[in-house]
Write a protein that binds this ligand. Structure first.
Ligand code: XIL
Length: 371
């Protein structure tokens, strides 16, 4: 079954007339990236329940991230009532297929139950109350998955997008203070001492957020807090042609701070939009939906070249970028069909809606096959 999928999935790559000079090292992303970095994807519980998706995922990737199922709102909607059943299916799946699992995420202002840092009146909890809730959540969750995940996105998206503001004014910050980030890392390390700990954010390939991220890394290190890697979400936009150069510079800058880099949520949006970034609260009301009936070949080729450049940058610094995770596998179930504009037809990933590999898949394989 797996072999059949891989074989059929290789057919169309040649058919689209890509300039593939030498055949890729082998048929899957996982084999092609082997020994250089881990290759991963986010998948939902629903995706895992679809046998065709499950087969593809098990064949292609080393490591999975649950798209929503490890977030605080999924695991502890009601105080003290932890619901691990759905998340545990990811543990079973990755174990059954010899894959690794990343936990996403322990502390985030979004998709978290309001009571963690706020009272019934909506006002921030007193510092000690907020700390107690943060610790209880991390103790229980990182404790439950101890030895089952390789690492955690400990804190997600805590840096402000505003030019002159360092940290985002999240409910956690308003309750606990600026040090809620350091405390979250300490709690995570105590609960699972072998887990890698990541700080994860979007737009941190850009200079302004890069500087603040470096400040945060230095601050954590100065406090003696363990941080293994900066997670760069890399929700990138095809029309933003300089993004890859900024990514290149930022990877170098993070490496110079003595942390690894993981690309954690990679996708390449092909639709027009007003804003950049991936603030899931920042929806745009209207937006054109130009490719309802299919992705024009020239756009698919431009996207393939964009992905190829990105993987060339990843390969430039062996040992620095230790993982590349896509935010999904196939276009049809990507979150970008609903963000930042609801109900559009987007094409951000390597497989199309029929689970056929796109030109971008061939382009990535080509780069990985000729390091
Ligand atoms: C997204 C999921 O893909 C969607 O299914 C959900 O509705 C909203 O969240 N940055 C992150 C991810 O860190 O957790 C977000 O995932 C995408 C942006």
């Amino acid at each position: 079954m797996l072999a059949a999928l891989v074989a059929t999935s290789l057919g169309p790559i040649r058919a689209v007339g890509q300039a593939v000079e030498s055949p890729p090292a082998s048929g899957t992303l996982r084999q092609a990236a082997k020994g250089r970095f881990l290759i991963g994807a986010a998948v939902s519980a629903r995706g895992l329940a679809d046998p065709r998706v499950a087969d593809l995922v098990a064949a292609q990737y080393d490591v999975l991230t649950a798209e929503n199922e490890f977030k605080p709102a999924s695991l502890q909607r009601q105080p003290g009532r932890f619901e691990f059943a759905t998340a545990d299916r990811f543990v079973e799946f990755t174990r059954a297929h010899g894959m690794k699992l990343v936990g996403h995420t322990l502390c985030w202002h979004s998709q978290s139950p309001p009571w963690i840092f706020r009272g019934p009146d909506g006002k921030p909890l007193a510092r000690e109350e907020g700390l107690k809730n943060l610790k209880a959540h991390i103790d229980a969750v990182a404790g439950h998955f101890r030895g089952k995940v390789v690492g955690w996105d400990v804190v997600n998206e805590a840096i402000s997008d505003a030019k002159d503001e360092y940290l985002r004014k999240t409910p956690g910050l308003r309750s606990i203070g600026d040090d809620y980030i350091a405390r979250a890392f300490e709690f995570a390390h105590a609960a699972d001492p072998d887990a890698e700990l990541y700080y994860n954010d979007y737009s941190n390939e850009n200079p302004v957020k890069r500087e603040k991220t470096i400040r945060l890394v230095r601050d954590l290190k100065a406090k003696g807090v363990r941080i293994d890697a900066v997670g760069m979400q890399c929700h990138l936009i095809l029309s933003d042609s300089n993004a890859i150069d900024r990514l290149d510079e930022s990877i170098a800058a993070y490496a110079a701070e003595g942390v690894k880099v993981a690309i954690t949520e990679l996708d390449v949006d092909v639709l027009p939009r007003r804003g950049r970034g991936a603030d899931i609260g920042a929806l745009e009301k209207d937006g054109a939906n130009p490719y309802k009936d299919g992705l024009p070949p020239e756009v698919a080729e431009a996207q393939a070249r964009f992905y190829a450049r990105l993987f060339q940058v990843v390969l430039k610094r062996p040992g620095v970028v230790n993982r590349v995770t896509f935010w999904g596998t196939q276009d049809g179930t990507s979150w970008l069909n609903n963000f930042p504009v609801p109900r559009r037809t987007n094409y951000p990933l390597l497989w199309d809606r029929a689970l056929k590999p796109k030109p971008a898949f061939a382009a990535v394989m080509d780069v990985l096959g000729r390091p």
